[in-house]
Design a protein around this ligand. Structure first.
Ligand SMILES: Cc1cc2nc3c(=O)[nH]c(=O)nc-3n(C[C@H](O)[C@H](O)[C@H](O)COP(=O)(O)OP(=O)(O)OC[C@H]3O[C@@H](n4cnc5c(N)ncnc54)[C@H](O)[C@@H]3O)c2cc1C
Length: 451
């Protein structure tokens, strides 16, 4: 039996990043990644195979890192783990390990809607063959219904709409699409954007049944409406794949993930877990967090990989940083929205700045950027920010995340030293993050004067 210093189970965002991190921290260790699939999909790129890309094969994680970083790769399913003797058992072989990292990911959540098992109903499964079949089935159809108006739902709807399908409808149970990710004003803008591109939106509507014969024909909503459907796509979130961990008796947490400490150690000191399969705690208060994102998976993998032979890093908890884009409209969030901050029990003040990301604004490529920052009133600490604009929103959101992670106050952000250039940033006079912080400071002064 071959033995390795570190075996990583899973070869997607968490698994590959964990293996690379082990290599960076321990150059001489023998590392093996075991993953089920021949080729790994870029999970966040999946929506784009339905419109912008030709097929799932254009959306693959390159395997070049295995050769470049001297990582062993074994394509096979891990069926069991003998913790006492430290042996990983795959379908075909057995391997000894000193330390093990689980990055077994997640499955799409399957709602218990009657009819969800009919032909023509798809979940978004991260599998090349499944998605190739799904793409083929979508080609000749007229009516597609997407259940769930979160990121996955809206991105997939827009892409299918772009591919020429006549009627694409999104069904969302909440008051608005993206309601759990942005404050209302941002959700409304995204809904208008989707509608202007031809996507039908039904909010405040629950799907009560998926109807038809063997194959789906329609969906029935709680509002009484029936919508014709040749294909139904479920986009309602992800649940941890903790199957192996449960089988070998590791502790499982409230959201169904593998319990880990801040160093990403499971209840077995020789086994670490990271990514969608691991339980998470929030950066804000430390309660369980059900967020499952590639950005979180890779952070956790950098913690787990560095720590396998001695603790070097700890995760501060999940801030929650995400973005989405439909056409020329992009939205980003880092940390808490105003609605979430209030629900957490914070006393908040929020401030909005709208400016242009070029100066002068007449320059080619200029786009209007709106930044909303949310601060805790007493400490002035930034809890979160939301940004609306063009593609530059992605990196502005990441800059806001750095401020949140470092628990910067409005005063510190107002003193932020930024570089500017007409072709690539906003004017230094109208710099969005700084001016939103200044606007929040004015509000906080007024609030304190009234006390
Ligand atoms: C459509 C879609 C769009 C998304 N967009 C974004 C986005 O824009 N931004 C963002 O941050 N997140 C996004 N996400 C979430 C992101 O994809 C996940 O958070 C990320 O994939 C988690 O990575 P992971 O490695 O933990 O798990 P996974 O990607 O689920 O990978 C798990 C790996 O483990 C392997 N595995 C599992 N069990 C075994 C076993 N027994 N033996 C061997 N191998 C095994 C699997 O084969 C796979 O390689 C999106 C998700 C979807 C579905």
């Amino acid at each position: 039996m071959k033995s390795y210093d570190v075996i990583v189970v899973g070869g997607s965002a968490a698994g590959l990043t964990a293996a690379q991190t082990v290599r960076r921290h321990y150059p001489n260790k023998r590392i093996l990644v075991v993953r089920k699939e021949e080729r790994v999909l870029i999970p966040c790129g999946i929506p784009y195979i339905f419109g912008s890309l030709e097929n799932p094969r254009e959306n693959l994680v390159p395997d070049i890192a295995y050769e470049k970083m001297n990582l062993g790769l074994h394509i096979d399913q891990v069926m069991d783990i003998d913790r006492e003797n430290r042996v990983v058992k795959t379908e075909k072989e057995e391997f000894g390990y000193e330390k093990l990292i689980l990055g077994t990911g997640s499955y799409p959540a399957m709602p218990p809607i009657p009819g969800h098992d009919k032909e023509g109903v798809y979940a978004v499964i991260k599998d090349v063959q499944y998605l190739t079949d799904m793409q083929e089935k979508l080609k000749p159809v007229k009516n597609v219904v997407v259940i769930g108006g979160g990121f996955i739902g809206i991105e997939i709807s827009d892409e299918i709409n772009k591919s020429g399908v006549e009627n694409v409808s999104v069904i969302e149970i909440e008051k608005h699409c993206l309601y759990q990710s942005y404050d209302e004003e941002f959700c409304v803008e995204m809904e208008q954007q989707l509608q202007s591109r031809g996507v039908n939106i039904y909010t405040g509507s629950k799907v009560i049944s998926i109807d038809g014969g063997e194959h789906v024909e329609s969906v029935k909503l709680s509002t009484g409406k029936t919508i014709a459907a040749d294909i139904v796509i479920l986009g309602i979130g992800a649940v941890a794949n903790a199957d192996l961990a449960k089988k070998i008796g590791l502790r499982i947490g409230l959201t169904g993930g593998i319990v880990v400490d801040r160093a990403m150690r499971t209840s077995d000191p020789n086994i670490f877990a990271c990514g969608d399969c691991a339980e998470k705690v929030s950066f804000f208060g430390g309660n369980s967090s059900a967020l499952r994102l590639a950005s979180i998976a890779t952070l956790e993998a950098r913690v787990a990989g560095a720590n396998v032979f001695g603790i070097k890093r700890e995760t501060p908890g999940t801030i929650g940083v995400w973005g989405t884009a439909v056409g020329d409209l992009a939205l980003g969030t880092a940390g808490l929205t105003e609605k979430m901050a209030k629900a957490h029990g914070y006393n908040v003040v929020s401030a909005v700045n709208e400016s242009v990301n070029r100066h002068p604004g007449k320059l080619a490529g200029a786009a209007k950027i709106k930044i909303k920052l949310v601060f805790e009133i007493n400490s002035g600490v930034l809890l979160g920010g939301q940004i609306r604009g063009d593609a530059s929103v992605g990196e502005i959101t990441n800059a806001v995340s750095a401020c949140v992670q470092n628990r910067m106050t409005a005063e510190q952000i107002a003193m932020f030293q930024s570089g500017t250039h007409p072709l690539i940033t906003a004017s230094p006079i109208a710099y969005g993050i700084v001016n939103a912080a200044e606007a929040a400071i004015s509000k906080m002064i007024k609030v304190k004067e009234q006390l």
